[in-house]
Design a protein around this ligand. Structure first.
Ligand code: HPA
Length: 260
């Protein structure tokens, strides 16, 4: 299936790059920074899972930032949409087959701490896989997928670019509903800083495939119960829109720096 997918993608253009990105909910505007873009809808790639969630446009784009080739998956699927883990991580395997050596996985996430406010960007330093499933069939999950030196480099790049970048752990849950306030109190106790419904399986599949992995969260809202108000998908999308330029600028700076 991967070979068929690669053949279909290569019919559209070159689609080869050492660096790949996966853009989550509402964070797709980075692709506008690319020159000479070529794109293929996910629906035209054999075996590719198609998202049903609002805000995921669903295409793979190849283009250049300055003269650096980049592959971007704009959109992803989630386990809660009914896909198997193999399907959820299939796009990662395709990016690897197209030459990716490093991958930046992005997502929208809820903040579990008051000092990480909606609109903040957060570099992920640890994952809590709370989905009850793993791409590591029977094997031991690695404790830290994110390389300390890369984390330090990225924080420095953000600082130099004047971008406020928080650092923290990401708890991945299955969803599809947002958490209850009691679940968020539990997660806080377990030292989670942000919560979302993606990224954990993709990170582990990428790490297992030998890619360097970077995780970036756009904190779109306070998680349930952090404030005394309900959250909704509209707020998540609105915050994504508000900070997407900063987010795109951070991605550009990271790619240009070639720090990973
Ligand atoms: N919880 C889970 N996933 C999310 C959230 C949240 O609060 N915000 C954006 N994705």
């Amino acid at each position: 299936m991967i070979n068929r997918a690669i053949t279909a993608i290569h019919k559209k253009g070159e689609f080869k790059a050492k660096i790949a990105l996966v853009l989550g909910s509402g964070l797709g505007n980075f692709v506008e920074s690319l020159s000479n873009p070529t794109s293929i809808p996910f629906s035209e790639i054999p075996g590719f899972p198609i998202s049903t969630v609002e805000g995921h446009s669903g295409e793979m784009v190849h283009g250049y930032l300055d003269d650096i080739p980049v592959l971007v998956n704009s959109g992803r699927v989630h386990f809660y949409e009914g896909y198997s883990l193999a399907e959820v991580v299939y796009p990662i395997r395709i990016l690897k087959a197209l030459g990716a050596e490093s991958i930046v996985l992005t997502n929208a996430a809820g903040s579990i701490r008051k000092d990480y406010i909606p609109g903040d960007l957060m570099l992920i330093d640890r994952l809590l896989n709370l989905t009850g499933r793993s791409v590591y069939k029977g094997g031991k999950e690695p404790d830290s997928i994110f390389d300390n030196e890369i984390l330090d480099n990225i924080r420095l790049i953000a600082k130099r670019a004047g971008i406020n970048l928080k650092l923290g752990s990401y708890a991945g849950l299955n969803g599809p509903s947002y958490e209850t306030p009691a679940e968020i109190r539990f997660l806080r106790l377990k030292k989670a800083d942000a919560v979302g419904m993606s990224t954990v399986h993709e990170s582990m599949a990428a790490f297992q495939a030998g890619l360097k992995v970077v995780g970036l969260s756009c904190l779109t809202n306070y998680a349930a119960g952090i404030l005394d108000q309900a959250l909704n998908h509209a707020e998540v999308m609105e915050t994504g829109l508000r900070v997407r330029d900063d987010f795109a600028r951070l991605l550009s700076e990271l790619i240009r720096s070639q720090a990973f």
